[in-house]
Design a protein around this ligand. Structure first.
Ligand code: UT7
Length: 329
């Protein structure tokens, strides 16, 4: 069934809500300072979606741009994947909502729940469908309204998150494309980052609302340690089989959780973070799955990725989940 078909990204798009929430704004909401947030995370501001703006709305805006970039129409898409942990609702899936809004009834559509690694897992899934010949074009969208699960009374988490969406169209390419994929997960550490209530284990009730259990809870310190180790390992697992060293990588485009994590990962990989790690966390904070997708779209838009470049996507998040992908542009 498998062949030497090369699969790559043939279109990219992004959408960021207009409303900016700065660190100074947060100083008025919780006991924090601009200085603490910038020094500990690298974040200066983040975008917050409007009250009536759902994850699917942001997803559709990003998707339309990616389709335009790929010079395709919605009808040319064979599969829609939405990576999100903040779906419009439990069901139907956000991918089905997006499918309807794009006006392409009958195109298969599914959500994947992989938290911050969702864009990486999504690329891996899309690649297989295209390689097998099952589908020609896959529309992958990573979209999150993290503000909808943020506890604005918890200074340890509310300063970190932002809303946004990134989209990619994947299809067959003549040269380059995806060179390697490495995915991983460790469910034993799921407690480190979770939203406790609202699911079948702890359905919504007055007490879950009063207990603020519908917001994300994070053990930041412990996660930080795992993030550095796992992202560095994932980078190695994706690059080593190709015989690639730090010097061969043109640009690392990582999930944007914390600038200190990314500097530590770059150091372990022996690469200069100032030159070879793409950063936009200062503008958007941590947008979970959308972070890597928006970062890739912006890196290309800004001319940081050129034809023939070897780029490394590297992500880590709740689950725990992680993944790294090498792409020749
Ligand atoms: O998206 C993928 C998954 N997420 C991650 O990988 C995130 C990983 N973790 C992190 O990025 C960092 O752990 C955080 C940014 C979340 C926290 O930074 P930290 O350097 O690990 O801080 P900490 O949790 O050790 O807290 C240090 C101090 C504490 O005070 P004491 O106990 O030392 O007096 C906190 O209470 O900073 C305090 N603190 C704050 N102070 C001002 C925590 N949040 C804030 C805040 N403003 N917003």
């Amino acid at each position: 069934m498998y062949n030497d078909k090369k699969v790559g990204v043939i279109g990219l798009g992004k959408y960021l809500p207009e409303n900016r929430l700065t660190n100074k704004d947060l100083e008025k909401i919780v006991d924090t300072t601009d200085e603490w947030i910038r020094a500990r995370t690298g974040i200066k501001e983040r975008r917050i979606a409007g009250d009536g703006e759902a994850t699917s709305d942001m997803a559709v805006s990003a998707a339309k741009k990616a389709l335009e970039d790929a010079r395709l129409k919605p009808k040319d898409i064979d599969l829609i994947i939405v990576a999100t942990i903040t779906p419009d609702m439990f069901f139907p899936s956000t991918a089905c909502v997006v499918q309807n809004k794009l006006g392409v009834d009958h195109v298969p559509a599914l959500d994947i729940s992989v938290a911050c690694s969702g864009f990486i897992y999504g690329i891996a899934i899309a690649e297989q469908f295209i390689k097998s010949g099952r589908y020609k074009h896959v529309l992958l969208i990573a979209a999150e309204k993290m503000s909808s699960v943020t506890d604005w009374k918890d200074r340890a988490t509310c300063v970190l998150m932002g809303d946004g969406a990134g989209a990619a169209v994947l299809g067959e390419v003549k040269d380059g494309g995806i060179l390697s994929v490495y995915l991983g997960a460790d469910g034993s550490k799921g407690e480190l980052l979770k939203m406790p209530a609202g699911g079948s284990k702890l359905p919504a009730s007055v007490s879950t609302v009063e207990g603020r259990l519908h917001f994300l809870k994070m053990q930041g310190n412990e996660l930080f340690r795992h993030a550095v180790k796992i992202m560095a390992e994932a980078a190695l697992k994706a690059t080593e089989p190709l015989g690639l060293k730090g010097d061969d990588i043109s640009l690392v485009i990582p999930h944007q959780a914390n600038v200190r994590i990314l500097n530590a990962v770059a150091k372990r990989m022996g690469i200069d973070p100032a030159k070879k790690v793409y950063l936009n966390i200062d503008k958007y904070g941590n947008m979970s799955a959308a972070s890597s997708a928006v970062a890739l779209a912006e890196a290309v838009e800004e001319g940081r990725v050129k034809k023939g470049d070897i780029i490394l996507l590297d992500a880590f998040g709740a689950g725990l989940t992680w993944g790294a992908i090498v792409i020749k542009w």
